[in-house]
Every structure is written in C-alpha cells, then in structure tokens.
Design a protein around this ligand. Structure first.
Ligand SMILES: Cc1cc2nc3c(=O)[nH]c(=O)nc-3n(C[C@H](O)[C@H](O)[C@H](O)COP(=O)(O)OP(=O)(O)OC[C@H]3O[C@@H](n4cnc5c(N)ncnc54)[C@H](O)[C@@H]3O)c2cc1C
Length: 561
C-alpha cells in the first residue's frame, strides 16, 4: 500500500518525509494536527481517513500543546485551546477519536513519539514556517513508521510550484489562472468513516464541556503577561462568523477599503488571518466563496489570498533561513552595507518597541494594536516594519525585533505571511528603489509622517479604543515593591488603567536604598538574579538603559563612614 492508492487531489499534496514503508504491525493511523484544526476541507485529515479506511484500521487524531514554542503565552494558548474545543465537538459528532494533550509545565514530554511509533503511518500537515519543518523532520527521523506531510494550506500545492519565486509578479504569472480555476472548485470531502480508535491513552484527556480555558492557561508554565484577546476567540465557529460577516458586508468594497485602518469593523479588511493561520477556517472555503462573490473587491481579496499568501508559503517552503538576513538578495546586502554607519536619529531597545514608546505616534499606535489587540492592520504593518530599520543598529537586529514583536503579540504570528511581510520590509520580494536614502539605501522607503498625513490619526486611535478591551478595568495595586510594579506594568501593557499605592515615601519596597554620606545603602536586596528566560529581553533592555548593572563584588571602602 503506497501513496498511489490515494486519489489525485490528495496525492499531489503529500510529501514523504522518510523512505520507511508502512509499518505492518501498526494498529492505527495517526494524524498529528497542528495548523489545520478543522474537520472539513482538510487534505491532511482526508489523507488520514483514506489510509485508515483502506488499511481497515482505526484513526486517531492527535493535537498537542506545550510551552515548547518560544512565544507561548495566555494569548496564543487561549486561541489554540478554543480551536481545540470546537474541533473536539465536531470529531465527536463524526465518530472520530480526537486526543488533545496539554503539557502544562513541559515536564511530561509529548506522547507524539510513542503514539507515532505504534502507528502504521503518521500523517501531518506540511507547515513550512519555523519551527515546524524541524519538528516534523525530527519526528520522521526518529520513528519507524513513515511520516507523510500533507499540504493543507495552499490552493495550489506548494510542492507543485517546483521552485522559489522571489517576486510576486513572476509568481502571479506562474500560477495565476491555475489558482483561480482551482479556487472555484469544491473540495471533495472523504466519504468513508474510519474505524473508531478505542484504546486507552496514557494521559487524562480534557473534558471540553466542563474545562475552563482560563484555568488551563493559568496552570501552564507560559508567559502570562500577554493576555487573551476576548474580541477574537479561536475556533471554527468564531472563524466562520467572522468570514460570513466580511463576505456579507465587506468583501465587495475590499479594493477600496483595504488600506484604511480607520474604518469601522468589519467592513475594511477580513481580520481572518489568525483563523487561517491555525486552520480554523479553510482557505478552500474562503477562496471559493470569494470567487462566487465575483466583485472587484473579491478580485482584489483573491489576489491577496492566492498570490501574496501563497508566495509567502512558497518562500518558507524553499528556504530554511527566513529568520536570518542571509535570505535577502545581494543588492539589499550591498545597500545596507553602504549605510551601516549612517547616523540613527534614535536607537530603541526591545522594551521601548514592545511598549510602543518610540517618538513616532503612528508606530506607537500600531504597536498598541499588536500588544493589546493581538492584530495589526496590514497597511499599517508595512509602515511599522519599515520604521524599525531606522532605529536599530543593524538589519539583523531589525529582523529579530520585528519577528519577535509580531510573533509574540499577534494572533496570526509565526505564519509564513509573518516572515514574508517582515522580510519584504527589509527588501525581500521587492526591487531596488533609487535614489539612495540614508540607512535604507536602495530599499523601498515608507515614510511614517506621510502615512500619518494620509489617515485620520485620532480616528485610528479611537478605532483601537473601540474594541472591547481590558481598558475598562480600573485596577488599584497596593504595594510598589517589585511584585506590585511588575503586575502594574503587565496590566498597563494589556490596556488597563492602573494606580499603584504604597505606604512608603517611594517605590521599591524591599529593593529600596537610602543615601548615607553620598553613598547608596541597600535596605533590602543588594542583587536580583533573573533566572526565568521570559525576563531576558526586559533585563537586556534595562541593562542597555543603565537602569541595572551587573553585580560586581567590590571591597568595601569604609573610610567615609
Ligand atoms: C536584607 C534583604 C536582603 C535581600 N537580598 C536579596 C537578594 O540578594 N536577592 C534577591 O533576589 N532577593 C533578596 N531579598 C528579597 C527581595 O528583596 C524581596 O523578595 C523583594 O524585594 C520582594 O518584593 P515584593 O514586591 O514582593 O515585596 P516588597 O518589596 O516588600 O514590597 C511590598 C510593598 O508594599 C508596601 N505595602 C505593604 N503593605 C501596604 C499597605 N497596607 N498599604 C500600602 N502599601 C503597603 C510596602 O511599603 C512595600 O513597598 C532580600 C531581602 C532583604 C530584606
């Protein structure tokens, strides 16, 4: 039994990640689900159903979540868990066993390897953005059964494109009419129902009907300083509601409204990217609905979906260095090199960026949108990305900061589109734009000042305020020690109005010091050690600002006492 038993619409999407034959003694087919979290129009699921039915063995769908992903926080966990709850209900209705594993403190380890080892074949999605290619390959290398990666994200299967296209124009020429023709097709759902997997699992499964997602997040060893986005719940239901609203009220005017971040929702843009990123909504449904809509707005929307989105997948599919400036073309390197010594008017550290405390009002609003709302309007995102080049010492530092902020705060972060969009800001997928400018050289400029003059800034600010958010919460914190101040900072970063009260004369609590004869004398802690890796970027920023210093043990000079 090989790949050839699959129908063509699935076979063309499968990549064999190892040469291993099907494991004859394997007692089930395992589908490892991660970025196509839905039970319909899902090529990976259909491949798994087909294989289980053909081999006449049960199908087990597995999804895992742990703190292993570097940007895990309450925000991402909540969205993923809400998606899992929806898909669990759907699988239950369809009589397909779905097993979700939450590794709260990353100590239990993932059961994926042991489950995979006993399977006849492991099916997963071919997801090209880091760290998934590495994780999927590692699984394929370490287990005996074969691992098949199935493209469940692109209308045109990624592997059929054959090479990397570094310009949208050429990509459009290559796939244009084929993409439109495929976009209009109905997805042929798998007709069979595989045998039910009824074996005991090695962990206690969640009861989705009673479990509290907030409590689950609280129990996990993740970054709790980045809160959930209540106006954008995860899951198939919420994703479809958002898509339906846009289809009904927004898409027909998308060509005219898409660049205006100040328009009332949901009309300007679809705000679907987080749902597409996690596969809560099928790109096949979205593409087909848009083709049927047939307006000039839908035409523009399809260009974004079929050309720009799939160009981003093409980029990640063919390049494993999307987090490094080495991916940029030579003309960009030469250009940056010529301007590396150009004076930066201002250089900001990670904390300045993360908190939205630059000297640029539009940039700060954009960052506020990311930090508090977990999303950023695409047109503003371009200005946001370009500006960072002017405020960092090197292009690699810009890339690191942009990827960090985007993937940390945005619900659609770590998507191929995150990489393509940010690398575009640094000159990838673009052409030289003479004449040479300071710092950017020949890379296409994008002036924040000009952008601000084009939009109604106060309306954009109000637009961000209009989301239901934590700002309505007024919080009083008693105690301005390090714990109270950290809580205040976290709440403020999430949009709350915070007032800190302390009975002392100044903040600091047991970190306070007094001055004696011109010397600072610690009343409490002389040194704090920051062992939690989640604090690293904060500590580096405070270090750069001179707010903290390395602890150097010195001989005391008592002469002045
Ligand atoms: C001598 C000494 C040495 C130490 N050395 C180290 C060290 O080397 N490394 C290390 O990591 N830690 C050290 N520590 C511990 C560290 O200082 C504390 O763990 C930390 O500062 C506690 O911070 P906190 O915010 O929890 O509490 P606190 O710093 O105690 O802050 C509590 C705040 O609440 C205020 N407050 C309390 N009640 C009220 C009220 N009713 N109304 C209004 N305000 C109120 C207080 O005035 C205070 O400002 C040391 C502590 C001491 C005392």
């Amino acid at each position: 039994m090989t790949l050839n038993s699959l129908p063509q619409h699935l076979k063309e999407r499968v990549r064999l990640l190892s040469e291993h034959p099907l494991q004859e003694e394997g007692t089930y087919v395992l589908y490892w689900m991660h970025h196509a979290v839905r039970d319909y129009e899902n090529p990976a699921l259909d491949t798994a159903i087909h294989m289980a039915s053909t081999l006449d063995i049960p199908l087990l769908v597995y999804q895992g979540l742990s703190g292993a992903h570097r940007f895990n926080s309450d925000r991402h966990f909540t969205f993923i868990l809400e998606g899992a709850r929806d898909v669990a209900a759907q699988f239950e209705k369809r009589g397909i066993r779905y097993a979700f594993h939450l590794d709260a403190d990353s100590s239990a380890g993932s059961p994926l390897y042991s489950l995979g080892q006993q399977a006849a074949v492991v099916i997963t999605e071919d997801y090209p953005a880091p760290p998934f290619p590495r994780w999927i390959k590692r699984l394929a290398d370490q287990i005996t059964p074969p691992v098949w990666a199935v493209d469940s994200h692109c209308i045109i299967p990624m592997q059929s494109i054959g090479k990397w296209y570094s310009r949208a124009y050429h990509f459009r020429n290559k796939i244009g009419s084929n993409a439109w023709e495929r976009a209009a097709r109905n997805w042929p759902e798998a007709a069979s129902t595989p045998k039910y997997f009824s074996e005991e699992l090695s962990w206690d499964v969640l009861d989705w009907e009673t479990v509290s997602i907030a409590d689950l997040c609280a129990s996990c060893d993740i970054d709790h300083s980045i809160g959930p986005i209540h106006h954008t719940p995860g899951g198939m239901m919420a994703g479809h509601a958002r898509w339906s609203a846009f289809l009904e009220k927004g898409i027909s005017r998308y060509d005219k409204t898409r660049n205006d971040p100040t328009l009332s929702l949901p009309s300007g843009v679809s705000r679907l990217s987080a749902y597409l990123h996690h596969g809560h909504v099928s790109p096949f449904t979205v593409a087909r609905d848009a083709v049927r809509e047939a307006s000039s707005g839908a035409h523009k929307f399809l260009d974004e979906l079929l050309i720009w989105r799939e160009l981003a997948f093409n980029l990640c599919f063919h390049n494993n260095n999307v987090e490094e400036v080495s991916i940029l073309p030579q003309w960009v390197h030469d250009s940056f090199e010529r301007h590396l010594q150009d004076e930066r008017e201002k250089v900001y550290d990670w904390e300045d960026f993360a908190s939205g405390r630059t000297g640029d009002a539009l940039w700060n609003l954009a960052q506020q949108s990311l930090r508090i709302h977990g999303e950023l309007h695409n047109n503003v995102r371009m200005t946001w990305g370009k500006a960072v080049l002017n405020w960092t010492a090197s292009p690699q530092e810009s890339l690191d900061i942009l990827l960090d902020l985007n993937n940390r705060y945005s619900l659609d972060g770590s998507d191929p589109n995150s990489y393509a969009g940010i690398l575009w800001c640094l000159g990838l997928l673009d052409r030289p734009f003479p004449p040479e400018k300071p710092i950017l050289g020949l890379v296409r400029p994008r002036s924040s000042a000009r952008h601000q003059s084009r939009i109604d800034m106060s309306r954009y600010a109000r637009q961000l305020e209009r989301f239901p958010r934590m700002q309505s919460l007024k919080v009083a914190i008693i105690g301005a020690g390090v714990a109270g101040l950290a809580a205040a900072r976290t709440l403020q970063d999430n949009g709350c109005a915070v007032t800190v009260f302390d009975r002392g004369r100044k903040p600091g609590g047991r970190l306070a010091s007094i001055e004696v004869s011109g010397h600072h004398v610690d009343l409490g802690a002389p040194v704090l050690s920051f062992k939690d890796p989640r604090l690293r970027l904060w500590v580096e920023s405070w270090h750069k600002k001179g707010l903290i210093q390395d602890w150097v043990v010195r001989e005391a000079d008592w002469s002045s006492f």
